[in-house]
Design a protein around this ligand. Structure first.
Ligand code: SF4
Ligand SMILES: [Zn+2]
Ligand SMILES: [Zn+2]
Length: 469
């Protein structure tokens, strides 16, 4: 960690949201010293209001103070995500296609009177011993302990064999009972003795053999119905890292004197600049497209490390309510985080108040238009205040549905319904959870949405980012 020498540069990570504009104004009024540069990482998918605000800050604050604003990017996220030749993703919600399952409403005993499982069940209905047997008839592959042992008792084994196995695992007479309790052998011993007792009680001389009619359970379904089900999930994402943190750090290295290395031949496409993406080739697809690694250039050149000992102080605009997001995860050999708003003990609300007094009351939250982390209030606000952005996001959501090679479908809204059909007028749990306001008329909810989920997508803390100590 660079602590010995003073920083070569002070660089402000500028997200164009409430906190970072507050920082810019605090620089303007002299509360904070003037940094050497500001960096905005552009996913290419911000609401127009964010870009407008960025232009205004550059024009009215940065330029007069002589602070250069670097706009960096690592592609256009919404295009990349839909590009089958790129492996880029956002944290979308997933759902399997609907499928039918048979659900049993009522069980009856096996109709075959000679069935040993039926006898066993009748004799020991209330002991739970049946579960020991029935599980044994299922897949043993991923079972451990008890089941490994149970398959040592073959179906149809004579009682004498079960007794032998039980004896093999019996607790040694000189062993303290407490010691034995920790031992796996105890389970095996108990299981074998219980099985032997159940078989005896049912008047059988052996463990019943396999029985197809009842699937060796002693039970058959006598009434059932079909249900339509879907399985739900959420995709992993590295988008914050890829589209925000990475390009910022690259720019920081450049500013600190890191140089662009000599281009090496791209080994992913052997310098051709195009290829069949390996994940597509796996699916026997043959379409040749631009190599996503070298972006069609056939060569790869990276920005190298800055000279040893040269480092930058990286300003990150966390307010006091975001203290749980503070982490030095983003720190590197050449960059170290600083949190000016925390030093000033400013909360998000204080930032908003300050912005209002300075005539900057209409700051839009910075986050991708179609970010699946939006809550309903945010979706409503997009729909109701930015019809163009909404239409584009609805179109993206439709195009996003099916991913090649993926069984599940992808959705932007948590309900796993198409965005324009999703119940975004319902105030959902995650809005309630984050909001201090419990009931408001619709318009007021919209106004309060900022309180509901205050944090945009910061390069230093994913919106879902887990809190750091
Ligand atoms: S706003 Fe959402 S989709 Fe965009 S980079 Fe951040 S987490 Fe990813
Ligand atoms: Zn049976
Ligand atoms: Zn390549």
């Amino acid at each position: 960690m660079p602590t010995q020498t003073p920083p070569a540069l002070r660089i402000m990570s500028f997200g164009a949201g409430v906190q970072s504009i507050t920082q810019a104004l605090l620089i303007q009024d002299g509360t904070l010293e003037r940094p050497d540069a500001a960096i905005f990482s552009d996913t290419g998918w911000e609401p127009q209001g964010v870009y407008d605000m960025l232009d205004r800050v550059e024009r009215e604050i940065f330029q007069p103070l002589g602070i250069p604003l670097y706009r960096v990017n690592n592609g256009v996220i919404q295009d990349d995500v839909l590009n089958p030749n790129k492996m880029r993703g956002i944290p979308g919600f997933t759902a399997s296609k609907p499928y039918e399952v048979e659900v049993v409403d009522r069980w009856g005993i096996c109709p075959d009177e000679t069935c040993g499982w039926r006898k066993l069940r009748a004799a020991r209905a209330d002991t739970g011993v049946m579960s020991l047997f029935t599980i044994e008839t299922f897949d043993l592959g991923d079972m451990d302990g008890l089941f490994e042992f149970l398959h040592l008792i073959p179906l149809g084994a004579p009682l004498s064999e079960v007794d032998e196995i039980a004896a093999q695992w019996a607790p040694p007479s000189d062993l303290d009972e407490d010691d034995y309790e920790d031992d796996d052998c105890e389970d095996d011993y108990l299981a074998a003795t219980r099985i032997a007792a159940a078989v005896r009680q049912a008047g059988l001389d052996r463990v019943p053999g396999p029985h197809d009619i009842c699937d060796s359970t002693g039970l058959v379904a006598t009434a059932s119905h079909t249900e339509i089900r879907r399985d739900f999930g959420m995709l992993n994402r590295k988008c914050t890292q890829t589209y925000k943190l990475q390009p910022i750090l690259e720019q920081v290295r450049l500013l600190l004197g890191g140089t662009v290395g000599e281009g090496k031949v791209c080994r992913y496409c052997e310098g051709k600049g195009e290829r069949v993406a390996p994940w597509r080739a796996k699916r026997d697809e043959t379409e040749i497209a631009e190599c996503s690694v070298c972006e069609g250039t056939g060569t790869i050149s990276r920005v190298g490390q800055p000279p040893a000992g040269v480092w930058a102080e990286q300003w990150i605009g966390f307010s006091t309510d975001e203290i749980g997001r503070v982490s030095n995860r983003g720190d590197t050999r050449y960059s170290r985080s600083r949190y000016p708003l925390l030093e000033l003990n400013m909360s998000r609300q204080q930032c908003i108040d300050y912005l209002n007094t300075r005539g900057w009351g209409d700051v839009v939250k910075s986050a991708c238009l179609g970010c699946p982390f939006k809550n309903n209030a945010e979706w409503r606000r997009l729909r109701d205040t930015d019809p163009e952005g909404w239409a584009a996001t609805v179109a993206f959501d439709k195009a996003y549905r099916d991913a090649p090679g993926m069984n599940h479908q992808r959705f932007l809204h948590a309900s796993c319904l198409p965005l324009d059909e999703a119940p975004i007028d319902v105030k959902q749990a995650r809005e309630w959870k984050a909001s201090t306001v419990t009931d408001q008329v619709y318009a007021a909810r919209l106004a309060l949405a900022d309180e509901g989920d205050p944090d945009g997508c910061s390069p230093y803390a994913c919106r879902s980012g887990s809190a750091a100590a």
